[in-house]
Design a protein around this ligand. Structure first.
Ligand code: FMN
Length: 305
Protein backbone atom coordinates (compact mmCIF):
# COMPACT_ATOMS: atom_id res chain seq x y z
CA UNK A 1 0.00 0.00 0.00
CA UNK A 2 0.95 3.65 -0.37
CA UNK A 3 3.15 4.95 2.41
CA UNK A 4 1.39 8.14 3.45
CA UNK A 5 4.12 9.03 5.93
CA UNK A 6 7.53 10.47 5.22
CA UNK A 7 10.10 8.31 3.46
CA UNK A 8 12.58 9.88 5.85
CA UNK A 9 11.12 7.62 8.54
CA UNK A 10 12.41 4.47 6.83
CA UNK A 11 14.78 2.31 8.85
CA UNK A 12 17.04 -0.50 7.76
CA UNK A 13 17.38 -2.84 10.71
CA UNK A 14 19.53 -5.93 10.34
CA UNK A 15 18.93 -5.91 6.59
CA UNK A 16 15.14 -5.62 6.96
CA UNK A 17 13.41 -2.51 5.64
CA UNK A 18 10.88 -0.91 8.00
CA UNK A 19 8.79 1.91 6.49
CA UNK A 20 8.93 3.66 9.84
CA UNK A 21 10.28 2.89 13.32
CA UNK A 22 6.95 2.09 15.06
CA UNK A 23 6.37 -1.53 16.07
CA UNK A 24 3.58 -3.07 18.13
CA UNK A 25 5.25 -4.96 20.96
CA UNK A 26 4.78 -8.61 21.76
CA UNK A 27 1.77 -9.56 23.85
CA UNK A 28 0.01 -6.24 23.43
CA UNK A 29 -1.38 -6.64 19.92
CA UNK A 30 -2.07 -10.38 19.62
CA UNK A 31 -1.44 -11.33 15.99
CA UNK A 32 -2.69 -8.01 14.66
CA UNK A 33 -6.20 -8.82 13.49
CA UNK A 34 -8.18 -7.10 16.27
CA UNK A 35 -6.17 -3.87 16.14
CA UNK A 36 -6.47 -3.88 12.38
CA UNK A 37 -10.23 -3.53 12.88
CA UNK A 38 -9.53 -0.28 14.76
CA UNK A 39 -7.08 1.22 12.24
CA UNK A 40 -4.99 0.09 9.31
CA UNK A 41 -1.92 -1.37 11.03
CA UNK A 42 -0.14 -1.54 7.66
CA UNK A 43 0.70 2.10 8.28
CA UNK A 44 3.12 1.02 11.01
CA UNK A 45 6.63 -0.31 10.62
CA UNK A 46 6.10 -3.72 12.19
CA UNK A 47 4.36 -6.04 14.61
CA UNK A 48 5.85 -8.50 17.07
CA UNK A 49 3.48 -11.39 17.68
CA UNK A 50 2.32 -12.68 21.03
CA UNK A 51 5.06 -14.95 22.37
CA UNK A 52 4.78 -18.37 20.75
CA UNK A 53 5.86 -21.67 22.23
CA UNK A 54 6.19 -25.15 20.75
CA UNK A 55 2.98 -26.34 22.35
CA UNK A 56 -0.18 -24.46 23.18
CA UNK A 57 -0.15 -22.89 26.68
CA UNK A 58 -3.20 -21.88 28.68
CA UNK A 59 -1.17 -19.46 30.83
CA UNK A 60 -1.27 -18.70 34.53
CA UNK A 61 -4.26 -19.07 36.84
CA UNK A 62 -5.59 -16.29 39.08
CA UNK A 63 -5.25 -12.56 38.51
CA UNK A 64 -3.42 -11.77 35.29
CA UNK A 65 -3.55 -8.00 35.02
CA UNK A 66 -3.34 -5.46 37.85
CA UNK A 67 -3.38 -1.70 37.45
CA UNK A 68 -0.76 0.42 39.16
CA UNK A 69 -0.64 4.24 39.31
CA UNK A 70 1.57 4.54 36.22
CA UNK A 71 1.38 1.21 34.48
CA UNK A 72 0.15 -2.35 34.73
CA UNK A 73 1.44 -5.59 36.12
CA UNK A 74 0.79 -8.78 34.21
CA UNK A 75 1.14 -12.45 34.84
CA UNK A 76 -0.18 -13.95 31.62
CA UNK A 77 2.26 -16.85 31.63
CA UNK A 78 2.66 -16.93 27.85
CA UNK A 79 -0.84 -18.06 26.98
CA UNK A 80 -0.68 -18.80 23.25
CA UNK A 81 -2.06 -21.23 20.68
CA UNK A 82 1.31 -22.93 20.05
CA UNK A 83 3.34 -22.62 16.88
CA UNK A 84 1.29 -25.03 14.76
CA UNK A 85 -2.08 -23.40 15.45
CA UNK A 86 -0.43 -20.03 14.81
CA UNK A 87 0.54 -21.28 11.36
CA UNK A 88 -2.98 -22.60 10.70
CA UNK A 89 -4.92 -19.64 12.07
CA UNK A 90 -2.85 -16.45 12.10
CA UNK A 91 -0.01 -16.59 9.62
CA UNK A 92 -2.15 -16.04 6.53
CA UNK A 93 -3.20 -12.58 7.79
CA UNK A 94 0.38 -11.61 8.69
CA UNK A 95 1.65 -12.74 5.30
CA UNK A 96 -0.94 -10.66 3.49
CA UNK A 97 -0.43 -7.34 5.23
CA UNK A 98 2.41 -5.03 4.33
CA UNK A 99 4.34 -4.58 7.55
CA UNK A 100 7.37 -6.33 8.96
CA UNK A 101 6.20 -9.35 10.91
CA UNK A 102 8.36 -10.39 13.82
CA UNK A 103 7.67 -13.78 15.37
CA UNK A 104 8.28 -13.63 19.11
CA UNK A 105 9.36 -16.99 20.55
CA UNK A 106 9.34 -18.06 24.18
CA UNK A 107 9.99 -21.31 25.96
CA UNK A 108 10.83 -23.19 29.11
CA UNK A 109 13.74 -25.28 27.81
CA UNK A 110 16.45 -24.82 25.21
CA UNK A 111 15.02 -27.81 23.31
CA UNK A 112 11.61 -26.11 23.11
CA UNK A 113 13.16 -22.95 21.70
CA UNK A 114 15.17 -24.95 19.16
CA UNK A 115 12.16 -26.96 17.93
CA UNK A 116 10.03 -23.82 17.63
CA UNK A 117 12.71 -21.88 15.76
CA UNK A 118 13.21 -24.79 13.34
CA UNK A 119 9.52 -24.65 12.45
CA UNK A 120 9.47 -20.84 12.16
CA UNK A 121 12.55 -20.82 9.94
CA UNK A 122 10.59 -22.68 7.25
CA UNK A 123 7.92 -19.97 7.17
CA UNK A 124 7.60 -16.76 5.19
CA UNK A 125 8.23 -14.45 8.14
CA UNK A 126 10.59 -11.49 8.38
CA UNK A 127 12.33 -11.76 11.72
CA UNK A 128 12.58 -13.70 14.97
CA UNK A 129 12.47 -12.03 18.37
CA UNK A 130 13.84 -14.45 20.93
CA UNK A 131 12.22 -13.77 24.27
CA UNK A 132 14.72 -14.75 26.96
CA UNK A 133 13.14 -12.32 29.39
CA UNK A 134 9.60 -13.43 30.33
CA UNK A 135 9.27 -13.04 34.13
CA UNK A 136 6.05 -15.08 34.32
CA UNK A 137 7.26 -18.63 33.72
CA UNK A 138 8.18 -20.97 36.55
CA UNK A 139 10.87 -22.53 34.35
CA UNK A 140 12.97 -21.06 31.54
CA UNK A 141 11.90 -17.68 30.13
CA UNK A 142 13.71 -14.90 31.94
CA UNK A 143 16.24 -17.22 33.54
CA UNK A 144 18.06 -17.41 30.18
CA UNK A 145 18.48 -13.65 30.14
CA UNK A 146 19.94 -12.99 33.58
CA UNK A 147 23.53 -13.99 32.96
CA UNK A 148 25.71 -13.29 29.93
CA UNK A 149 26.81 -16.92 29.71
CA UNK A 150 23.32 -18.44 29.43
CA UNK A 151 22.15 -15.67 27.09
CA UNK A 152 25.13 -16.35 24.82
CA UNK A 153 24.50 -20.10 24.85
CA UNK A 154 20.88 -19.92 23.77
CA UNK A 155 21.65 -17.24 21.16
CA UNK A 156 24.48 -19.36 19.74
CA UNK A 157 22.29 -22.47 19.53
CA UNK A 158 19.48 -20.58 17.81
CA UNK A 159 21.88 -18.83 15.43
CA UNK A 160 23.09 -22.23 14.22
CA UNK A 161 19.63 -23.29 13.06
CA UNK A 162 18.14 -20.18 11.46
CA UNK A 163 19.02 -17.75 8.69
CA UNK A 164 16.19 -15.40 9.65
CA UNK A 165 17.26 -12.08 11.17
CA UNK A 166 17.56 -12.76 14.88
CA UNK A 167 16.71 -10.21 17.55
CA UNK A 168 17.19 -11.15 21.20
CA UNK A 169 14.84 -9.56 23.73
CA UNK A 170 16.62 -8.65 26.95
CA UNK A 171 15.45 -8.61 30.54
CA UNK A 172 15.78 -5.60 32.83
CA UNK A 173 16.50 -8.19 35.54
CA UNK A 174 19.83 -8.98 33.85
CA UNK A 175 22.70 -8.75 36.32
CA UNK A 176 24.48 -6.48 33.88
CA UNK A 177 22.39 -5.70 30.83
CA UNK A 178 25.30 -4.39 28.74
CA UNK A 179 27.26 -7.59 29.36
CA UNK A 180 24.26 -9.69 28.34
CA UNK A 181 23.84 -7.50 25.24
CA UNK A 182 27.49 -7.93 24.27
CA UNK A 183 27.26 -11.68 24.85
CA UNK A 184 24.26 -11.93 22.50
CA UNK A 185 26.07 -9.86 19.89
CA UNK A 186 29.11 -12.13 20.16
CA UNK A 187 26.89 -15.20 19.80
CA UNK A 188 25.44 -14.00 16.50
CA UNK A 189 22.36 -11.88 17.25
CA UNK A 190 21.55 -9.43 14.44
CA UNK A 191 19.82 -7.02 16.80
CA UNK A 192 18.44 -6.59 20.30
CA UNK A 193 15.18 -5.45 21.81
CA UNK A 194 14.89 -4.15 25.32
CA UNK A 195 13.31 -4.23 27.76
CA UNK A 196 10.76 -6.81 28.78
CA UNK A 197 8.74 -6.18 31.94
CA UNK A 198 10.24 -5.55 35.38
CA UNK A 199 9.69 -8.20 38.06
CA UNK A 200 7.32 -6.56 40.54
CA UNK A 201 4.80 -7.29 43.28
CA UNK A 202 1.41 -6.26 44.67
CA UNK A 203 -0.32 -7.40 47.87
CA UNK A 204 -4.06 -7.66 48.53
CA UNK A 205 -4.13 -6.38 52.12
CA UNK A 206 -7.70 -7.56 52.79
CA UNK A 207 -6.96 -11.10 51.68
CA UNK A 208 -3.48 -10.80 53.21
CA UNK A 209 -1.89 -12.47 50.23
CA UNK A 210 -0.10 -11.56 47.03
CA UNK A 211 -2.34 -10.42 44.18
CA UNK A 212 -0.64 -12.88 41.81
CA UNK A 213 -0.50 -16.66 42.20
CA UNK A 214 3.18 -16.59 41.26
CA UNK A 215 3.72 -13.78 43.83
CA UNK A 216 5.67 -11.70 41.32
CA UNK A 217 4.51 -10.30 37.98
CA UNK A 218 5.86 -8.04 35.22
CA UNK A 219 5.50 -4.25 35.43
CA UNK A 220 5.16 -2.21 32.23
CA UNK A 221 3.91 1.20 31.10
CA UNK A 222 4.98 4.79 31.86
CA UNK A 223 6.34 3.78 35.30
CA UNK A 224 9.27 1.94 33.71
CA UNK A 225 10.14 4.43 30.96
CA UNK A 226 12.99 6.36 32.55
CA UNK A 227 14.72 3.17 33.70
CA UNK A 228 14.19 1.36 30.39
CA UNK A 229 15.47 4.44 28.53
CA UNK A 230 18.64 4.41 30.63
CA UNK A 231 19.14 0.72 29.85
CA UNK A 232 18.67 1.30 26.12
CA UNK A 233 21.21 4.12 26.28
CA UNK A 234 23.75 1.94 28.13
CA UNK A 235 23.31 -0.97 25.73
CA UNK A 236 23.54 1.27 22.65
CA UNK A 237 26.84 2.62 23.95
CA UNK A 238 28.12 -0.95 24.34
CA UNK A 239 27.06 -2.80 21.18
CA UNK A 240 27.36 -2.36 17.43
CA UNK A 241 24.21 -4.22 16.42
CA UNK A 242 20.96 -2.21 16.18
CA UNK A 243 18.52 -1.92 19.07
CA UNK A 244 14.73 -1.73 19.39
CA UNK A 245 13.76 0.39 22.40
CA UNK A 246 10.77 -0.77 24.49
CA UNK A 247 9.31 0.37 27.77
CA UNK A 248 6.59 2.81 28.64
CA UNK A 249 6.45 4.60 25.31
CA UNK A 250 3.12 6.46 25.32
CA UNK A 251 3.75 9.51 23.15
CA UNK A 252 5.79 10.52 20.10
CA UNK A 253 8.04 12.50 22.43
CA UNK A 254 8.87 9.26 24.29
CA UNK A 255 9.70 7.64 20.95
CA UNK A 256 12.07 10.51 20.06
CA UNK A 257 13.80 10.13 23.43
CA UNK A 258 14.45 6.44 22.74
CA UNK A 259 15.82 7.24 19.28
CA UNK A 260 18.09 9.94 20.70
CA UNK A 261 19.27 7.40 23.29
CA UNK A 262 20.33 5.14 20.40
CA UNK A 263 17.35 2.97 19.43
CA UNK A 264 16.77 2.41 15.69
CA UNK A 265 13.19 1.24 16.20
CA UNK A 266 10.69 1.59 19.04
CA UNK A 267 8.02 -0.78 20.28
CA UNK A 268 4.68 0.30 21.71
CA UNK A 269 3.21 -2.00 24.36
CA UNK A 270 0.98 -1.06 27.29
CA UNK A 271 -0.04 2.20 25.56
CA UNK A 272 -2.15 0.05 23.16
CA UNK A 273 -4.35 -0.97 26.10
CA UNK A 274 -4.94 2.63 27.13
CA UNK A 275 -5.57 3.81 23.60
CA UNK A 276 -5.78 1.23 20.80
CA UNK A 277 -4.78 3.91 18.28
CA UNK A 278 -1.58 4.75 20.23
CA UNK A 279 0.76 3.29 17.59
CA UNK A 280 -0.78 5.37 14.83
CA UNK A 281 -0.88 8.55 16.91
CA UNK A 282 2.79 8.16 17.90
CA UNK A 283 3.66 7.64 14.23
CA UNK A 284 1.79 10.80 13.21
CA UNK A 285 3.57 12.82 15.92
CA UNK A 286 6.94 11.48 14.85
CA UNK A 287 6.18 12.26 11.22
CA UNK A 288 5.34 15.88 12.12
CA UNK A 289 8.48 16.19 14.24
CA UNK A 290 10.60 15.00 11.30
CA UNK A 291 8.89 17.47 8.96
CA UNK A 292 9.10 20.41 11.34
CA UNK A 293 12.76 19.85 12.09
CA UNK A 294 13.62 18.90 8.49
CA UNK A 295 15.12 15.59 9.60
CA UNK A 296 16.31 13.67 6.53
CA UNK A 297 16.89 10.33 8.19
CA UNK A 298 16.58 8.73 11.57
CA UNK A 299 20.37 8.55 11.76
CA UNK A 300 20.48 12.33 12.05
CA UNK A 301 19.03 12.10 15.58
CA UNK A 302 19.70 8.50 16.55
CA UNK A 303 22.16 8.11 19.40
CA UNK A 304 23.00 11.80 19.64
CA UNK A 305 23.00 11.66 23.44
C1 FMN B 1 -0.08 -8.19 28.82
C2 FMN B 1 1.33 -8.27 28.34
C3 FMN B 1 1.77 -9.40 27.68
C4 FMN B 1 3.09 -9.50 27.21
N1 FMN B 1 3.50 -10.61 26.54
C5 FMN B 1 4.77 -10.68 26.06
C6 FMN B 1 5.19 -11.82 25.30
O1 FMN B 1 4.44 -12.76 25.04
N2 FMN B 1 6.48 -11.83 24.85
C7 FMN B 1 7.37 -10.80 25.09
O2 FMN B 1 8.52 -10.85 24.65
N3 FMN B 1 6.96 -9.70 25.78
C8 FMN B 1 5.70 -9.62 26.26
N4 FMN B 1 5.30 -8.51 26.95
C9 FMN B 1 6.27 -7.41 27.19
C10 FMN B 1 6.08 -6.26 26.18
O3 FMN B 1 6.29 -6.70 24.86
C11 FMN B 1 7.04 -5.10 26.51
O4 FMN B 1 8.37 -5.55 26.40
C12 FMN B 1 6.83 -4.53 27.91
O5 FMN B 1 5.46 -4.50 28.25
C13 FMN B 1 7.42 -3.12 28.07
O6 FMN B 1 6.85 -2.21 27.16
P1 FMN B 1 5.60 -1.25 27.53
O7 FMN B 1 5.95 -0.56 28.81
O8 FMN B 1 5.46 -0.34 26.36
O9 FMN B 1 4.40 -2.15 27.70
C14 FMN B 1 3.99 -8.41 27.43
C15 FMN B 1 3.53 -7.25 28.10
C16 FMN B 1 2.22 -7.17 28.55
C17 FMN B 1 1.78 -5.92 29.26
Amino acid sequence: MMNKFNDQLRVDFAGVNFKNPIILSSGTAGFGQELNDVYNIELLGGLSTKGLTLRQRSGNVGTRIWETPAGIMNSIGLENPGIRKFIEQELDFLEKIDLVNIVNIGGSTLEDYIETVKIVSELKVDMIELNISCPNLKKGGMSFGIKAKTAAKITREIRKITDLPLVVKLSPQARNISEVALACQGAGADGLSLVNTFKAMAIDIEAKKPVFENIYAGLSGPAIKPIALRMVHEVCQAVEIPVMGVGGISSWQDAVEYIMAGASLVQIGTANFINPRAGLEILKGLNNYFEKNKIESINQIRGII
